[in-house]
Design a protein around this ligand. Structure first.
Ligand code: FAD
Ligand code: N01
Length: 566
């Protein structure tokens, strides 16, 4: 094989790419990873803004495949900060000698399938062309920052920052007047930290978010020892939970709508006091019923009103235009209290639209603001944005971008018809961003590497019928839930012109795993291998647990959604 020819090329060196490199190398394959960044880390390499940290607890937001590492690594906090997660991934790269197969500071610009040779040609921004039988896009769901264009940006004489592309050196806001646009997770994490340094911080909000307190703390050594003593059980339990982390499956058998309000509120308070993302798992009807969800939403709004002193500011921070959890729930450390500080201001840009950026700051319909720095905490072109930047063409020169013009189409979020031997890690229509992503990444990496082992020197691709059925199933499950009732990046709403389709799979992490396993066990049902399609089928409904009470509730509220699901 030439220097530029590999069994597999992996794009991206975050949690996904690193584990995949380790796996495929272990299977004896020649592998090259191509990564734009100067080092490993992915999300944790790019998102260095103040306050960045995970919101799945660190003991679970970590690899499970290296049991010695699991025992040796010491996480410092319940939700560890970005520098520590980046160190962890650097350590993994060293420990498994991964960097020698990674080309850093190299961007993949194109990937073309050559039907005559059943191989992919992968082109980089350095002008190099590499060749491989398999290509795996480990390019991340949240890896293309979304930077809306504001008129007059080029006039601004101060500093500008984008949370998803934060500088490597410390940014010091001491003595500065700062404007910040956005109130999603990145803003909610960074605002309290920036407020500690800035002389004035003005936050421009379009839509308020629901945030649950993190109750973050240093990890107690006894607690850590107890987890480490039974780590296998914890990991196994996480895989069986709805969102891939413990506490994400509902345990309450009663529905919130069937209980007296005081009982529901007492239960919500218990989850609130625990902190973090398990809050919405308190009752199973919150995710599907708008009426039930309103109870959770009002509970959170009441807590916001308690935490924010000024009633007008509190009301502005209270989301009331969409169900709780329908936009990605945030986890906060002192976010709401930050607005009690005299030097922190909130501007509702619905009432006072941003007209333009000026040389001195920013102009709204009401006022000119002067800033030394503007922070854009404006999110990502999620799920498909990064893939769309690569010129990917499959059979017959068909472009992935064209195929996905009306929204992504995949079979299981793992492959797309017409693009043989091209795999996606946590691709659209898989649980991905709805789950503890490390659990979902490991599941995909393991499924993909087993599949590559089975295919050997052959070719695998999904059948169009299987893909269509999967996309329909994903949409039917999403329509059963409250998610479509918010404008969110899950649906592409944050990027003008992006088609509106729910881009993740909401059927649950354990159900999804069982579906993928059944597909493989039944001879890769729904796929064609070396031109031959088996007869076996996998019907996702075989694996879905039906909660009769919940379905009855949906029947009352949205019978058409239920009809499409069953
Ligand atoms: P990424 O980490 O995004 O890595 C993809 C890599 O691909 C990047 O390094 C990128 O540079 C590279 N790449 C992309 N395109 C190209 C190209 N054309 N050529 C070369 N290289 C390319 N998830 C959770 O489950 N829990 C959390 O608490 C959590 N916290 C998060 C906090 C933040 C601030 C963000 C933004 C996301 C968070 N996520 C969280 C989601 C997070 O993205 C995943 O958990 C995980 O880190 C994704 O790993 P990955 O390897 O799949 O993708
Ligand atoms: O991005 P977001 P993010 N004018 O899209 C606003 C993960 N993550 O980077 O809601 C004015 O949530 C936009 O307003 P609106 C996590 O999965 C996790 O914060 O569209 N405002 C919104 O307020 C998360 O969900 C953590 O009306 C504009 C904000 O910018 C995902 O990454 C931390 C605008 C963007 O919020 C993305 O989070 C960070 C415009 N033109 C990220 N365009 C953890 O805590 C956008 N906005 C683990």
């Amino acid at each position: 094989m030439s220097d530029n020819s590999f069994d597999a090329i992996i794009v991206g060196a975050g949690f996904s790419g690193l584990y995949l490199l380790h796996k495929l190398r272990g299977q004896g394959l020649s592998v090259r990873v191509i990564e734009m960044g100067k080092d490993v880390g992915g999300t944790w390499y790019w998102n260095r803004y103040p306050g960045a940290r995970c919101d799945i607890e660190s003991m679970e937001y970590s690899y499970s495949w290296d049991e010695e590492l699991e025992q040796e690594w010491q996480w410092s906090e319940r939700y560890s900060p970005q520098p520590e997660i980046l160190d962890y991934l650097g350590h993994v790269a060293d420990r498994h000698d991964l960097r020698r197969d990674i080309a850093f500071e190299t961007k993949v610009t194109a990937a073309h399938y050559n039907e005559d040779r059943d191989r992919w040609s992968v082109t980089t921004d350095g002008g190099e062309t590499l060749d491989a039988r398999f290509v795996v896009m480990a390019t991340g769901c949240l890896s293309s920052p979304n930077k809306p264009q504001f008129e007059g940006e080029e006039d601004f004489t101060g500093e500008t920052y984008l949370t998803g592309l934060w500088p490597h050196e410390k940014v010091d806001f001491t003595g500065k007047k700062v404007g910040l646009i956005g109130t999603g997770s990145s803003a909610i994490q960074s605002i309290p930290q920036i407020a500690k340094e800035a002389t004035e911080l003005t936050v421009f909000q379009r839509t308020p978010n629901f945030a649950i307190p993190a109750h973050n703390h240093d990890l107690d050594p006894d607690y850590v020892a107890s987890i480490k003593a039974s780590y296998r059980e914890l990991r196994a339990e996480a895989k069986e939970q709805a969102a891939g982390f413990t506490g994400s499956s509902v345990v309450n058998e009663d529905l919130a709508v069937d209980l007296p309000r005081e009982k529901v509120e007492a239960e919500l308070q218990r989850y609130w006091d625990k902190g973090g993302l398990t809050f919405m798992a308190s009752f199973s009807d919150f995710g599907v019923s708008l009426n039930s969800n309103a109870i959770a939403a009002e509970f959170i709004r009441d807590r916001i009103r308690e935490r924010v002193n000024d009633p007008d500011t509190a009301e502005l921070l209270c989301p009331d235009s969409y169900p709780a959890g329908a936009k990605r729930m945030c986890v906060d450390i002192g976010y709401y209290e930050t607005f009690n500080e005299d030097h922190v201001h909130l501007v509702d840009i619905n009432a006072e639209p941003i007209e333009r950026i000026t040389a001195a700051g920013l102009k709204t319909s009401e006022k000119d603001y002067e800033f030394d720095a503007i922070v854009f905490a404006t999110g990502f072109d999620a799920m498909t944005g990064t893939l769309a930047k690569i010129d990917i063409s499959g059979r017959g020169g068909k472009k992935l971008k064209d195929k996905w013009a009306d929204g992504p189409r995949t079979y299981l979020g793992l492959m797309s018809e017409g693009f043989p031997n091209l795999f996606l890690v946590t691709g659209p229509q898989s649980p991905s961003v709805i789950s503890n992503m490390i659990v979902s990444i490991e599941q995909h990496v393991e499924w993909i590497s087993d599949c590559i082992e089975r295919v050997g020197k052959g070719v695998i691709e999904p059948l169009e019928t299987a893909e269509n059925d999967w996309v329909d199933h994903c949409n039917a499950v999403a329509d059963l839930t409250v998610y479509p009732y918010a404008k969110s990046w899950y649906l592409g709403d944050n990027v003008p012109g992006k088609p509106r389709i729910f881009m993740a799979y909401l059927g649950g992490v354990p159900e999804y795993r069982r579906i993928c396993d059944a597909v493989a066990e039944r001879g890769y049902a729904g796929f064609r291998i070396d031109g031959v399609a088996g007869n076996a089928k996998v019907d996702p409904m075989e694996f879905m647990e039906q909660n009769e009470k919940v379905l009855a509730l949906v029947m009352k509220e949205r019978p058409e959604a239920l009809a499409a699901f069953v």
